[in-house]
Design a protein around this ligand. Structure first.
Ligand SMILES: [Zn+2]
Length: 122
């Protein structure tokens, strides 16, 4: 596992958040469309396998979007400050960047093929 190149950690994080948001929005749109179709009077009284699951899918997607917003808020709060002699520091907690909070958020993608381990602090 090679180290992160300049800007790669930030680009990786941004890409994973964008992918996660797009996937949640796509599934939410599908769930909303299915829910609308199921309200069609032509379907009244028919047995539709799994019909009751779609509101749960919508709720899970909404929760996922809230998770992603919270992750972005944490990453924005714990952004790196400008480069100093010893490397960047977290603008919020003052620890070397990425601080423990940023590393914890990004670790959710540790099984992604482009993940290269916790970013080295230097
Ligand atoms: Zn921090």
């Amino acid at each position: 596992m090679s180290a992160w190149g300049p800007g790669e950690f930030e680009a990786f994080t941004k890409a994973r958040l964008a992918e996660a948001e797009a996937a949640a929005r796509d599934l939410l749109r599908t769930a909303q469309n299915v829910s609308l179709e199921l309200k069609d009077p032509a379907l009244l009284g028919r047995h539709m396998p799994g019909w009751h699951s779609w509101p749960e899918v919508e709720a899970v997607c909404a929760g996922r979007l809230a998770d992603i917003a919270a992750m972005r808020a944490i990453l924005d709060l714990h952004a790196p400050n400008s480069v100093s002699g010893t490397g960047r520091a977290c603008a919020y907690c003052g620890h070397l960047w990425p601080c423990a909070e940023v590393s914890a958020v990004v670790s959710v993608w540790s099984d992604h093929q482009a993940y290269r381990g916790p970013r080295e602090q230097h």
